[in-house]
Design a protein around this ligand. Structure first.
Ligand SMILES: *[C@@H]1O[C@H](CO)[C@@H](O)[C@H](O)[C@H]1NC(C)=O
Length: 393
């Protein structure tokens, strides 16, 4: 099972070359923002179900006095990472910085269970992990994302936000806009990069095979009281410490291995900045829910098993998310070499969402899943298109 986590983590971390600044090593995303001379704010909000989550904010660009009103934009990170993925590349390539300089009020959310949002008003994640980590991206969508949007609108004063999601950050938009359709009017346009909802043709047959037994694996993990993905939580600090001086201390075999196998397209000097915040924590149930999607081929709610499904949903199978209820315009950005989401699955998803003004395939055959946040040429290949889409809404 550990292998299962490690394999997918390896896929998620197929990070491309980046340009970043070594002075960012060891800083949290808010500190990285300030480190580059940008205005940086940290906001904590409490969700309707009691989770305390952190939002970092870049209220305006660096050459801007902050006097004028700016439209708010919410950036939602992927599974197993945190908002650090949008600032680790520094002002030139980090999407958070680029959007701030383009005139937006930038908000970087961190979902429940990540390093900056591992808190709850009454539940202690270490003492009662079975309660704290009892959520999937369904709850992240209807609480973390919904409550973040309302908070941002309240602080900014506008009546709608722009939205950008990467990977799981796309899943949660699709869940929210179909489950609580009243949120469609609060989102001007949703930009979904590497969209993860239909995962019917998952490229790895090994993972596909494991997913057939996903419910059994889940029961087993519960029996051993494993609820949090340890590699992403506790081990992160170890990795960060080990890699702090990489590549000066090449003698460290673990960091060298991480670089060679996972971060081979990243400049060696950038590895310490990236691993400072990525990976971040995540709940195992989130991950198992994705496993159910791979097994079942649809985009649907948590599967409890036939008996409990009947009790909870009134049907043997969990209900599909009704994507036809999404009225927000959705721009999709996908890549041929994604590694997790096939072109076939992406095209099927795009055909199910009613209002899709843009379905953009990255014009580079080797562009992969994590490259949407990490590639050295992501600005030319993706962000220029994204800025263009934003300017039209
Ligand atoms: C987890 O949440 C479900 C409802 O979604 C509930 O039925 C179950 O009892 C909860 N489990 C724990 C351990 O809190």
């Amino acid at each position: 099972m550990a292998l299962f986590s490690i394999l997918v983590t390896l896929c998620l971390l197929n990070i491309h070359q980046v340009l970043s600044d070594k002075s960012d090593v060891g800083l949290n995303p808010g500190e990285m923002i300030a480190n580059h001379g940008y205005p940086s704010e940290t906001h904590e909000i409490t969700t309707d179900d009691g989770y305390i989550i952190t939002l970092f904010r870049i209220p305006h660009g660096i050459n801007d006095d902050g006097a004028a009103k700016r439209p708010p934009i919410l950036l939602m990170h992927g599974f197993g990472v945190c908002s650090g993925e949008f600032v680790s590349l520094g002002p030139e390539r980090g999407l958070g910085f680029i959007l701030a300089d383009a005139g937006y009020d930038v908000w970087l959310a961190n979902t429940r269970g990540t390093a900056f949002s591992r808190k709850h008003t009454t539940i202690d994640p270490d003492l009662n992990p079975e309660q704290f980590f009892n959520y999937t991206w369904h709850e992240i969508a209807i609480y973390d994302v919904a409550n973040s949007i309302d908070y941002i609108l309240d602080v900014n004063g506008d009546d709608s936000v722009y939205y950008v999601g990467h990977s799981q950050g796309t899943t949660v938009f699709l869940v929210l806009a179909s489950t609580k359709p009243e949120y469609n009017s609060k989102i001007r346009v949703a930009n979904l990069m590497a969209p993860a909802a239909i995962i019917k043709h998952y490229p790895s047959t090994l993972i596909q095979g494991i997913c057939k037994y996903v419910d059994r694996v889940w029961s087993l993990l519960q029996k051993y009281r494993i609820y949090e993905i340890p590699l992403l939580g506790t081990l992160r600090e170890t990795v960060t410490t080990l890699c702090a001086n990489y590549p000066d201390e090449e003698s460290d075999p673990l960091c060298a291995m991480i670089h060679d196998s996972i971060l081979s397209r990243v400049d060696e000097a950038d590895v310490p900045v990236i691993v400072t915040n990525c990976p971040s924590g995540a709940g195992l149930k989130q991950y198992v829910h994705y496993g159910q999607l791979v097994r079942d081929g649809g985009f649907r709610q948590w599967n409890y098993g036939t008996e409990k499904n009947l009790e909870v949903y009134g049907s043997e199978n969990p209900p599909d998310y009704d994507l036809s209820l999404i009225t927000t315009p959705v721009a999709f950005y996908y890549a041929k070499n994604d590694g997790l989401i096939t072109v076939e699955d992406e095209n099927l998803l795009a055909s199910m969402v009613p209002n899709v003004p843009v379905n953009y395939m990255v014009p580079d055959d080797s562009f992969a899943h994590i490259d949407f946040a990490m590639a050295d040429d992501v600005v030319e290949l993706v962000y220029n298109e994204l800025l263009d889409v934003l300017s039209k809404y």
